[in-house]
Design a protein around this ligand. Structure first.
Ligand SMILES: [Zn+2]
Length: 190
């Protein structure tokens, strides 16, 4: 994906330690927000986002429709942010359960991508292949509808990286003739 060049737009203005003013200062390799009072450096790192790719028996992909916010009415592969103290696999299962009412088993990482579409919040997204082990789809949390879609009939998506990921899924599926993405045919790694 495209690298976002510096300088970054300043998002934080006060030191979290002492309340002093934060300003960008040049260090060896880049600008960093530095407290003018105590010298604290506020490192700006991407947040980890997690998403789970789930297909039904017909090989259709589960998507959720977002409610509220700037992506209202647009669809996405069910996703969320990892909590600071949360294991990445557990966090993925939790987010998926909150948004779709489905309990999943993680099979493997499908892809990892940088998300730069929101300048206020860069993330690293991890898309897992997963399969449903319990529950019926019901929208919750940030979603108001969940539905399965064939890969060639995907509705309007909220996030550019979901486009990339779905294109990868299409390629993988067509390369493997039938479907190696079907839950029963995904090799489980331990
Ligand atoms: Zn400070």
């Amino acid at each position: 994906m495209n690298y976002q060049p510096q300088p970054l737009t300043q998002r934080y203005f006060y030191c979290p330690l002492c309340g002093g003013a934060l300003k960008y200062q040049q260090y060896d390799e880049r600008l960093r927000l530095t407290c003018q009072q105590c010298g604290y450096i506020l490192y700006e790192n991407p947040i980890v986002g997690v998403a789970a790719i789930v297909f039904n028996e017909a090989g259709e992909l589960l998507l959720g429709r977002r409610k509220g916010g700037k992506y209202h009415g647009l669809w996405c592969i069910p996703c969320g942010y990892l909590e600071y103290d949360e294991d990445v696999y557990e966090g993925t299962k939790r987010e998926f359960r909150e948004e779709t009412n489905l309990t999943i088993e993680i099979i493997r990482v499908f892809t990892v991508q940088s998300n730069f579409h929101d300048p206020e919040r860069h993330t690293v997204g991890i898309w897992f292949l997963a399969k449903v082990i319990k529950g019926t789809p019901r929208a919750g949390d940030d979603l108001d509808l969940v539905e399965y879609f064939p890969l060639d009939k995907i509705p309007e998506l909220a996030f550019p990286t979901d486009h990339v990921v779905i294109e990868m899924l299409r390629r993988e599926r067509s390369a493997s003739g039938e479907s190696n993405l079907h839950p029963d045919r995904i090799p489980t790694t331990t």
